[in-house]
Design a protein around this ligand. Sequence first.
Ligand SMILES: [Cu+2]
Length: 299
Amino acid sequence: MLFVSLDQAYKFFADDDGNGKCSVQLLAKDGIYLSKMPRSIDAVHLASGNRADLAVSCQCETYPCVVTVKAEEEGTNNGVIGMKEAFSLKIKETLGVSSTPILPETSVRRPCYVADMSRAVPDRFHQMEFQHLAGDRHVIYWDGHDHEMTVQSTQEHKAAGSSHHPFIDHWEVGTLHEIHANGQMKHPGHFHVNPFQIASVLQENNSETNLKADNYFQAGDFHDTIFIPTMKLGYESLVLRMQADRHVGKMALHCHFLAHEDDGMMAYIDIQGKQGTVCKQAKELQPSCYEDAFEPMTK
Ligand SMILES: [Cu+2]
């Protein structure tokens, strides 16, 4: 399992130094299984807050050997791009094993809050952009307005007698939302409470395009933080879908580069209604999904 924190983003990959070779399979991102596992990938892309669950298989020309995993810093806020040795894998021979087992392709039964939304009919559509403006302002543009949440603005609202920062939107619990997201090549977009699914990637002319970042990002994948530095700024945007599942109250969203968040790139959405209301579409979209405690798949 790999996890990254702080104000950085890294691409991790196993360095093939001639003696040892590793293949990496992706199982889950941000704690949510891929709909089909495993997925063969060339690198792992993690921004602050991201997590990856991996299966790694290595072989040496001669045993034992060491494979170095390198970390290339990408698209970060301080502009420093560098390569580091992240960690190394010491590979020993397993006696009596003559071939590497191949992982079978599998899918797990999913809870309905992470049902596949690719065929969903969203209840509402939103435009979102994480923007770095002049004067070192970091703002979230949401449905026609820029929003900043800073220590100062929070104190001002408190002084004016408000119990919390103004919400940028109000959602009804149990609804399904489509968010056209921009700026995630510069800013890891992170939502609290509800995970989201990559529905598609759009080009400027609204045609769909494929993500080519080492097979790591694909339409259909779920995340709670999304940062794709290989996307083209101002040319490609992400279409995300999210259920407002069960939970009412404040849902925070912010840049997961915490310096940007502290500069203002943070906001709340108010989720209203009856606590526990589930999204009706989920069961229709994926009839095998379960709404209560985990039920193992029976064949
Ligand atoms: Cu940011």
